[in-house]
Write a protein that binds this ligand. Structure first.
Ligand SMILES: Cc1ncc(COP(=O)(O)O)c(C=O)c1O
Length: 361
């Protein structure tokens, strides 16, 4: 580990007056050649914010008590910030759990799942394990969800899954298309909009729509922009009756008090989101610009990941970079020459460029 003096931290901080000084600086010593640069799981390079870490410490001390009061406090704060009711927010130990429960609740062997490809695979895996039929619909030419094709893919569908921005491409689906999906989906089905990455984008959220629609579920996570993937916290937002259907499968799967307090501190820190969003966008756009200048097409990402057309089997590129301790990926079956890259910190993206230039470009 390279040590960073207090003086150099101050110097970095002074150069970055609007970019969350301490978070950025503490997370940013350059990786040593033997350190792994992890750009393969869409994790945050910054981790929990300083305020969240401090709150999480306080949570450790009260871990002997059940955390329900803190869970309701977090749901209440999120609801207040979003202009919805506390009963419309359910808290889980990660949004992946909420997503799996949604698949179990809304699909069956006769009512299938419709989703995009490439997209986040968890709903497909949950449906497969449940033997619910799955229809995958290719993204359209703009790499948005092809909503008209999704709407006709399965007239018996029980759930439509729409990830916005989409993982792995980072691309957006226009709000109007999402409205179309909600208005025209098969009778009795539920639209699940996964907003795990929405904090990185300027796209409008669908959260407020749940006030008027009892067949819409929106998912959020603290794993991405808030850097709390290892602490496990996700939110399901919808009509209380819809949330009840998820609770049957795992209503007791709640996060620890330390996680809940860290999440609350993250929401209370009004500067955190814009700082991290701006930093991520700058590093992403610089890297994508650099790749394009070398002739590599990239997806138009509004997220903390993007895909590159590497013009060769992408698995090969993953392996070449891994030899030099730069971890990227994965590859999705329908796009075998494209690879996903997570946006890391400034030093990590610099290392990515160096190794990519030497091994691929
Ligand atoms: C689209 C999407 N939804 C949900 C999740 C799961 O997030 P969590 O860590 O809250 O379980 C991920 C994680 O990568 C994701 O990419």
């Amino acid at each position: 580990m390279v040590s960073v003096s207090r003086r150099s931290l101050l110097a970095i901080g002074a150069a970055l007056p609007v970019l969350g000084r301490l978070d950025w600086a503490v997370a940013s010593p350059p990786p040593a050649p033997a350190d792994k640069v992890r750009l393969n799981y869409n994790e945050s390079p910054y981790g929990p914010s300083a305020a969240a870490r401090e709150a999480m410490q306080r949570g450790v001390a009260i871990s002997g008590l059940y955390p329900y009061g803190h869970m309701y406090a977090l749901a209440g704060l999120f609801a207040q910030q979003q202009g919805i009711a506390e009963e419309q927010v359910a808290v889980f130990a990660g949004s992946m759990a909420a997503l799996r429960y949604a698949v179990l609740a809304f699909t069956s062997q006769t009512r299938g799942l419709v989703m995009a490809t490439p997209s986040y695979e968890v709903p497909r895996q949950a449906a497969d394990s449940w033997k619910a039929p799955v229809r995958e619909v290719s993204l359209n030419a703009e790499h948005a969800h092809d909503v008209p094709a999704m709407l006709t893919a399965d007239p018996q569908a029980g759930m439509l899954y729409l990830c916005n921005p989409n993982n792995p491409t980072g691309t957006l689906t226009p709000t109007e298309a999402i409205r179309q999906a909600l208005a025209n989906k098969p009778k009795g089905s539920v639209l699940v909009v996964d907003e795990a990455y929405i904090d990185f984008s300027d796209a409008p959220s669908c959260v407020s729509w749940i006030k008027d629609h009892d067949d819409l579920l929106v998912l959020r996570t603290f794993s991405k922009l808030y850097g709390m993937a290892g602490a496990r916290l996700g939110l399901a937002i919808g009509h209380p009756a819809l949330l009840e259907r998820l609770a049957v499968f795992g209503g007791d799967n709640v996060p620890a008090a330390s996680t809940l307090l860290g999440a609350r501190a993250s929401l209370e820190d009004v500067k955190l989101l814009p700082h991290r969003k701006a930093l991520n966008a700058r590093l992403r756009d610089e890297t994508v610009g650099w790749l394009k200048a070398r002739g590599f097409a990239c997806t138009a990402s509004h997220s903390n990941c993007f895909m590159i057309d590497v013009k060769q089997p992408a698995q090969q590129v993953i392996e070449k970079l891994a030899v030099h301790n730069v971890l990227i990926g994965r590859v999705w079956k329908d796009w075998p020459q494209w690879v996903r890259v997570t946006v890391g910190n400034q030093h990590e993206m610099q290392r990515f460029r160096e190794v990519f230039a030497a091994q691929v470009a």
